[in-house]
Design a protein around this ligand. Sequence first.
Ligand SMILES: NC(=O)C1=CN([C@@H]2O[C@H](COP(=O)(O)OP(=O)(O)OC[C@H]3O[C@@H](n4cnc5c(N)ncnc54)[C@H](OP(=O)(O)O)[C@@H]3O)[C@@H](O)[C@H]2O)C=CC1
Ligand SMILES: CC(C)=CCC[C@@H](C)[C@H]1CC=C2C3=C(CC[C@@]21C)[C@@]1(C)CC[C@H](O)C(C)(C)[C@@H]1CC3
Length: 435
Amino acid sequence: MASPSKDATDLNPRTTHYEFLGPPGALAITIGVPAMTYMLYYGCSEETGGCPPPIDVDIILNSLSTVDFWKGLWDTQAFLAYLAWYAFTVVAWFILPGDWIVGTEIRNGQRKKYKINAFSTMLLALGLTAGTLYREGPQPFTFIYEHWVGLVTASIAMSVFQGLLVYALSFRKGALLALGGNSGNPIYDFYIGRELNPSIGSFDLKSFNELRPGLILWMLIDIGMVCEQAVRRGGFNKVTDSMWLVLAFQSWYVVDALYNEPAIFTTMDITTDGFGFMLAVGDLAWVPFVYSLQARYLVFNQVELGPIYTAIIIAVNLAGYYIFRVANGEKNDFRNGRNPKNLQYMTTERGTKLLTSGWWGRSRHPNYMGDLLMAFAWSLPTGFKTPITYFYVIYFAVLLMHRERRDDEACLKKYGKDWTKYKKLVPWRIIPYVY
Ligand SMILES: NC(=O)C1=CN([C@@H]2O[C@H](COP(=O)(O)OP(=O)(O)OC[C@H]3O[C@@H](n4cnc5c(N)ncnc54)[C@H](OP(=O)(O)O)[C@@H]3O)[C@@H](O)[C@H]2O)C=CC1
Ligand SMILES: CC(C)=CCC[C@@H](C)[C@H]1CC=C2C3=C(CC[C@@]21C)[C@@]1(C)CC[C@H](O)C(C)(C)[C@@H]1CC3
């Protein structure tokens, strides 16, 4: 129950400290993320002549000045397909059964309830995909490759719509705002997310978007790229080992996230950050259309790895996955009051405990290290002809380093001198003895 002594101003203090370099940074990312999503297509595709295409300023300026180029960004068929996909995930949330779990305590003393059926949504989507593949073969799925730009536009349009909607709704009476999203600057608050958990009844938009429409679409896009290659090479048995590896690794990552759905309720996106344009565009456009770049590249640059390289890349991915899963599992168990491995911990003045052994005794974000190792394994199958397919690894390293610093600041505020004590016990940020 909400504490009766807290009024709306106590609960929703003004944000006085900016992140992401404040409003100019927020504006740059608001424009930059959609722009980069398109640029990674135009800068790495067979339509434009390669990865990267030969750079000729005159040709680029000429094509930018043609009506056809701008018309190509809009594709009604792709838009309708995207809307149908989004609607499917919403309907699945409503109709598929699932347990309701209680999230961590939020600032107003309440705990939200979340319906757990992301995994069954994925199974339904995969079942329908398998049925279509069985009846009609890979051809229908080439739609994704052929309508790429239109699908990107549709996902960005949905993100803008949701960003504006949640920003407007956050002004209603009684809304609980994110501590970092109430600066009063509309550009910044729109970007970072003003309201902590925008919901329609029991439908929570932030956790829904984080796990369903973007993440499952990423896997379906990868399947679409396998189908495109199968059509070009004359059958699934001719699809390259590199393409199968990318599909297997990335699908496994998605399956793992959906299977462990309850674990996202202890991540900082859910517990601390608001839901605004940053997460909307990240979830809906960036994850499916940028994270699948390696698979799209392998459609037009078909790499055969052979058994030795395949084995090495699988080993790198498995090592990363092991660290990622075990570290996330240790923290999730611990935050839910369990400590099956009897790990050591310190108790803070706030009452919360912090693990000081196991993976969380090796570095302060061991899960990031595992995630990064996996990211590297997803790019390796593309070979070394172009650095562009390693974009994900570089972006991800920057994102996680920045995220670590944001979390460090937040934990310092939360735990005060106990955090400093914890940092002395666990001095490494992400990679032990390196960083
Ligand atoms: N693929 C992708 O694009 C992305 C993936 N990720 C992944 O998402 C996952 C979640 O990441 P994220 O939410 O950023 O961070 P973490 O899962 O690392 O969670 C950080 C929080 O954990 C708690 N914590 C910190 N130290 C300890 C400790 N020693 N013992 C117990 N609890 C501790 C603190 O919260 P408190 O004390 O309040 O509980 C802290 O705020 C990661 O695996 C990350 O790799 C993240 C971003 C993008
Ligand atoms: C600048 C920009 C593009 C920002 C958006 C960042 C988002 C893309 C990421 C923020 C946190 C994320 C998480 C996952 C996907 C990427 C985003 C949305 C995640 C769902 C991936 C699967 C993992 O298992 C996870 C559930 C731990 C993870 C949670 C955080």
